[in-house]
Design a protein. Structure first.
Length: 271
């Protein structure tokens, strides 16, 4: 890590993610309620999403007041430093609302449009994942010290465990279910965890062979995409394209291309 800026950004992202994770874990009210909805009545925002994003932006701005922000809950500023923070303060809000443990805090830093730092904290699992561009992917958890992450050796596609997610708009979700129906006979199985950031980190940690989803935003994948790639995964969208709202695909080398091919054949990217 020869660039002196990278350790600074990593430490700041880790501190902000830790504090936001503690707020969400320890401050969750027993009567947690929906504060707003987004794409549909079941695509929800809670008061804790909003509070966590404010905490993160405050922590970062206190140290780096000239940086920009792009946050799921409305944080948006250009900044003047060339650094922009892409933040999902609570990825897996519905899981969080129901008391399920698979949710995370996702923070990435971009320099002139290139992702250079990513941190994903999963407080209920006691795990935090991080990566710096060119420096590998790492995690802390129940084990001692930091563990370097690497993807699993690629199995044949019919032995691959793949995760996905579903949209909150009914007609889009119905199409995604049809794609999954066609895909699942070709795989070992499909999982649906509920947090894109955690899925990408589980791919990096060797717990999945692949992942795909339609309708993701930059804040859903910014940190997890970097962590997965630094662990040896391939990521993209439709063939020859980068991840986008149309389609995000990630997988171990050997799984990524056939998975992407089948998703294209099945029209995973459109209604």
């Amino acid at each position: 890590m020869t660039d002196p800026l990278l350790p600074e950004l990593l430490r700041l992202a880790q501190e902000a993610a830790r504090r936001a994770g503690e707020l969400l874990r320890d401050g969750r009210p027993a009567d947690l309620a929906v504060a707003a909805t987004k794409s549909s009545p079941i695509d929800v925002v809670t008061e804790m999403d909003i509070a966590a994003e404010k905490l993160i932006t405050d922590v970062i701005s206190d140290h780096r007041p000239d940086d920009g922000f792009l946050g799921e809950e409305g944080a948006s500023s250009e900044g003047s430093s060339g650094i922009r923070w892409v933040i999902d303060p609570l990825d897996g809000t519905v899981n969080y609302l129901y008391g399920l443990p698979t949710w995370s805090v996702s923070i990435a830093a971009e320099r002139d449009g290139e992702r250079i730092v990513g941190v994903v904290a999963a407080p209920m699992r006691g795990e935090t994942f991080h990566a710096v561009l060119g420096g590998g992917a790492w995690a802390t958890g129940a084990w001692e010290g930091e563990r370097r992450l690497t993807v699993r050796p690629a199995p044949p596609l019919d032995q691959a465990l793949v995760s996905t997610g579903f949209n909150y708009v009914a007609e889009v979700k119905a199409h995604q279910a049809e794609v999954a129906r066609q895909l699942i006979p070709l795989l070992r199985d499909i999982r649906r965890g509920g947090s894109a950031a955690v899925d990408l980190c589980d791919l990096a940690a060797g717990r999945l062979d692949g992942y795909y989803e339609r309708g993701l935003n930059a804040w859903d994948v910014a940190a997890g995409d970097l962590i997965a790639r630094e662990a040896g995964a391939l990521t993209g969208g439709r063939p020859g394209e980068r991840p986008s709202r149309d389609l995000t695909v990630a997988g171990t080398p050997g799984v990524f291309e056939p998975l992407q091919h089948h998703l294209e054949t099945f029209g995973a990217w459109h209604d």
